[in-house]
Design a protein around this ligand. Structure first.
Ligand SMILES: Nc1ncnc2c1ncn2[C@@H]1O[C@H](COP(=O)(O)OP(=O)(O)OP(=O)(O)O)[C@@H](O)[C@H]1O
Length: 592
């Protein structure tokens, strides 16, 4: 955390980036060329089918790059959503004689609703449980397709599926699918840089930190899951129109695994990776077709190829390239200058910013926090100290909503936040850092701090991405790391990561900042710098509640101290008096 030098107020020009359409012009030109080629090049039936399959499958795999790549949630039922879209178009156009467009939209809506419903009922689980539930959903959809013959035609499948009048020829339909691929690919690619996309990435990297930075974790996961299902349904509808026939075996669990392998192979975090993975997994079997005369050889080489890629490129082919690109860009990309950070904490209530009364948190029989009262005065530094295991971090976790209080009341700036979830407390003005640093590890320092700046209710950020970047740059510059804004978190030392976490909280312009052992793991120089930083924060009128074991830091920084021991408050008052209090001395040194 050595001598940050760029924390002086700089009159900075406003950050102005080029409009999106101009920045992404090369993409649109490349997409237009592909659509024109698809519409005009003559392919034989075999090549045409491969291209149509690759195009529609890639759209379904884009869905996985949203739910798994961006949001970190597993979905082993993408073939089921693909099947719902395909059967909606198949049955709608063939049995009900409805228009293709109506059926395509209907299929997307059915998939979206099924995805949202599945998400709402399971996404609080996560991990293995989520995987098991999606597998069960996949099996149910397959069973219905096979056995509900009155509805789905059973194992015979649905034939004579219609296409839209506008795209009756195979060639024009392929061009239409390529255009859809380009549009969906663009939206998914761009999603990562939107507020929702950043929230998904934050949830994937660290759910707890996402919650205390104002992100509604559960809702974000549901959006990701529903979006994934929607793209599965869209892809299935296009597939059905293209091949004019669908049957249950095309949408089995094995196909869901194929979709997953495609996304992992290419690089699940990006639609470019999804497109690469889809192309490879469809083309490799075709390239190895000549080996099929030797039983088993084809499958062995195919499997070896997949294992080698995943072994040497764990983030997939595109993940490998993108990582190198991000590191290169951090070196060459100019860092915009930033103005001095302004902190204007809200001030609705009276002199007391945080009023905690009778707060308790019990874990079974253990009273980790037991009837604690704390009153934090506006504009000061208040320390919460106590020996190891006395209940300090538990108190902070209850204050920020990570634990539900067993009893007691918490009022922040006049608002009762006792029963609010973490993201709503953050929206009400609570900012915090963690004892064990919780940053979003796949992001740059700037992206981490942008998520803090995006706090709902943050009046210090104007509209648009440029304003967000400006605010984040101001906060990073304030802690002395503005010049390294574009570097990935992994390239920062431990001390600097602590500073980025503080910058993330400051960017949100909180009413009250909770700091959980910010000096832990720092050397003496870094501690001095931290102390200077605390002084500069306090000078702007921000109220701080700090936990730390470093008594020099605490006694110099805090005007007021509350002491806990065995979960109970044993002293509270002006710093020097509290530190001399016999009960405090005895709690720390042990009584004779
Ligand atoms: N999730 C949990 N489940 C059960 N017990 C817990 C949990 N979290 C904390 N505890 C217990 O609550 C007590 C208080 O822990 P806490 O981490 O709040 O103490 P602390 O004062 O922050 O300690 P330290 O200074 O070492 O961080 C400890 O006995 C701890 O083991």
């Amino acid at each position: 955390m050595s001598a940050p030098s760029d924390n002086m107020p700089i009159p900075a020009p406003a950050i102005r980036s080029k409009p999106l359409v101009i920045r992404h012009l090369p993409y649109f030109i490349a997409a237009a060329i592909l659509v024109v080629l698809a519409a005009n090049m003559r392919f034989d039936g075999y090549v045409h089918n491969i291209l149509l399959q690759a195009t529609t499958f890639a759209i379904a795999v884009f869905g996985l790059s949203v739910v798994l790549g961006l949001c970190g949630q597993i979905n082993l039922a993408q073939a089921a959503f693909f099947g719902l879209g395909a059967y909606a178009v198949g049955l709608g156009t063939n049995d009900l004689h409805l228009s293709f467009w109506l059926c395509l939209v209907g299929g997307c809506v059915i998939s979206l609703l099924a995805g949202a419903f599945l998400g709402m009922s399971t996404l609080r689980l996560g991990g293995h449980y989520l995987a098991m539930v999606t597998i069960s959903f996949q099996q149910i959809v397959t069973l219905v397709m096979i056995n509900a013959i009155w509805l789905t035609h059973g194992p015979d499948g649905v034939s004579n599926i219609k296409r839209p009048d506008l795209f009756q020829t195979s060639q024009s339909y392929l061009a239409f699918c390529v255009a859809m691929l380009a549009i969906v690919g663009y939206l998914v690619w761009h999603l990562a840089d939107t507020k929702l996309g950043r929230a998904m990435r934050a949830v994937r990297d660290n759910e707890l930190a996402a919650g205390v930075n104002g992100i509604d974790v559960f809702r974000t996961k549901i959006y990701a899951f529903a979006l994934c299902a929607l793209l599965g349904g869209l892809a299935g509808g296009l597939f059905a129109g293209g091949f004019a026939y669908v049957s249950p075996d095309q949408f089995s669990f094995a196909e869901s695994i194929v979709f997953l392998t495609m996304s992992l192979l290419g690089g699940v975090a990006s639609p470019i990776g999804s497109a690469i993975g889809t192309g490879l997994l469809i083309l490799i079997p075709e390239w190895l077709r000549f080996l099929k005369s030797v039983p088993g050889l084809y499958l062995a080489i195919y499997g070896l190829f997949v294992i080698l890629i995943i072994r040497f490129m764990p983030d997939g082919i595109w993940g490998f390239v993108a990582d190198a690109f991000t590191r290169w860009r951090a070196k060459v990309k100019a860092v915009p200058a930033a103005a001095a950070l302004q902190l204007k904490p809200a001030s609705i209530g009276g002199d007391i910013v945080l009023e905690v009364t009778g707060l308790s948190k019990h874990f079974g029989g253990l009273k980790a926090v037991d009837g604690v009262d704390i009153a934090v005065k506006r504009g000061g530094v208040h320390a919460l100290i106590g020996p190891n295991g006395s209940g300090k971090t538990t108190t902070l976790n209850v204050l920020s909503g990570l634990y539900e209080a067993t009893a007691g009341k918490i009022v922040l700036d006049g608002t009762d936040i006792t029963h609010m979830p973490p993201h709503q407390r953050t929206a009400s003005g609570l900012g915090r850092t963690f004892q064990n640093i919780r940053l979003f590890r796949s992001m740059t320092a700037l992206e981490n701090v942008e998520i803090g700046a995006e706090r709902p209710g943050n009046t210090m950020v104007g509209k648009g991405d440029d304003a967000l970047t400006e605010r984040a740059m101001e906060a990073l510059t304030f802690v002395g790391l503005g010049s390294r804004a574009n570097e990935l978190i992994s390239s920062f030392s431990y001390g600097h990561q602590r500073l980025i976490e503080i910058a993330r909280a400051l960017a949100s312009n909180p009413t009250l900042l909770l700091l959980d052992e910010p000096a832990a793991g720092l050397n003496s120089t870094e501690k001095l710098e931290l102390h200077e930083l605390l002084k500069r924060i306090a000078a702007q009128g921000l109220t701080i509640l700090i936990i730390d074991h470093d008594m020099t830091l605490v006694s110099e920084a805090a005007q007021h101290i509350t002491v806990l021991n065995f979960g109970r408050r044993i002293a509270d008052g002006e710093s020097m008096a509290v530190l001399r209090h016999p009960d405090v001395v005895s709690a720390y040194l042990g009584s004779e």
